[in-house]
Design a protein around this ligand. Structure first.
Ligand SMILES: [Mg+2]
Length: 219
């Protein structure tokens, strides 16, 4: 049995900056701040890192209540932004997820998105219900910690000897996956620059080659 933990942005789907757009609109709505996220790098970052960091950049503290208020505003803008930016699955993802129905796997997510943002991104693409649980930006700001939280949930659905595979598109994904003792499969459909993924156990251009994708996950 294998526990799979998929990243979302740049791995399962691409949304051409819809998340950033929705967050920017939330900053305007709540604080009247334009271009609040200008110059920030989000690759492999969690929503619960991005929001307090952006608030701090504008001289604001981020209490739990403020983070919850921001999340509500962000989620309120996200669905429209995903439609505007024509969010889509990465190549080969649907065929891969279909093929995995025939494997002994626990299908999980390991993503910096808030859980509600993950659902907002994956449900319209028809794949939210493929995943039983996961680790999310709500769990921790730090990616290793949120993967640990997700893995604890997924282990409830797995045999004790289950292998763990983390699938992602950034250097942060590779490092955090190794931190939790997982095998890491990296895919080049997202935000990695040259060399970022070199430490991954397997690297795919995309999931377009189904046999190669399956063997990267299980061999
Ligand atoms: Mg990603």
């Amino acid at each position: 049995m294998t526990i799979l933990m998929f990243d979302i942005d740049g791995t399962l789907s691409r949304s051409q900056g819809a998340g950033t757009l929705a967050m920017s609109r939330a900053f305007v709505e709540l604080y009247g701040i334009e271009d609040a996220l200008e110059g920030m790098s989000f690759a492999g970052r969690s929503d619960s890192w991005i929001v307090p960091t952006a608030l701090a950049n504008h001289g604001r503290s981020c209490t739990a209540a403020e983070l919850a208020r921001f999340q509500d505003a962000y989620i309120g803008h996200l669905s429209d932004a995903l439609v505007e930016r024509e969010a889509e699955l990465c190549p080969g993802v649907m065929a891969l997820l279909d093929a995995l129905l025939d494997h002994e796997v626990v299908m999980g997510l390991g993503t910096g998105n808030f859980r509600r943002a993950a659902e907002a991104k994956l449900a319209p693409l028809g794949i939210w219900d493929r995943f039983i649980d996961g680790g999310f930006g709500d769990d921790h700001a730090n990616r290793t910690s949120l993967l640990m939280a997700g893995l604890a949930r997924l282990r409830l659905h797995a045999s004790d000897d289950a292998e763990v595979v983390v699938i992602g598109d950034t250097r942060n994904d590779v490092e955090a996956g190794h931190d939790i003792g997982a095998k890491v499969v990296a895919v080049k459909t997202g935000y990695a620059k040259a060399g970022d993924l070199d430490e991954a156990d397997a690297i795919l251009d995309d999931f377009g080659d189904l046999p190669a994708s399956i063997s990267a996950l299980f061999d």
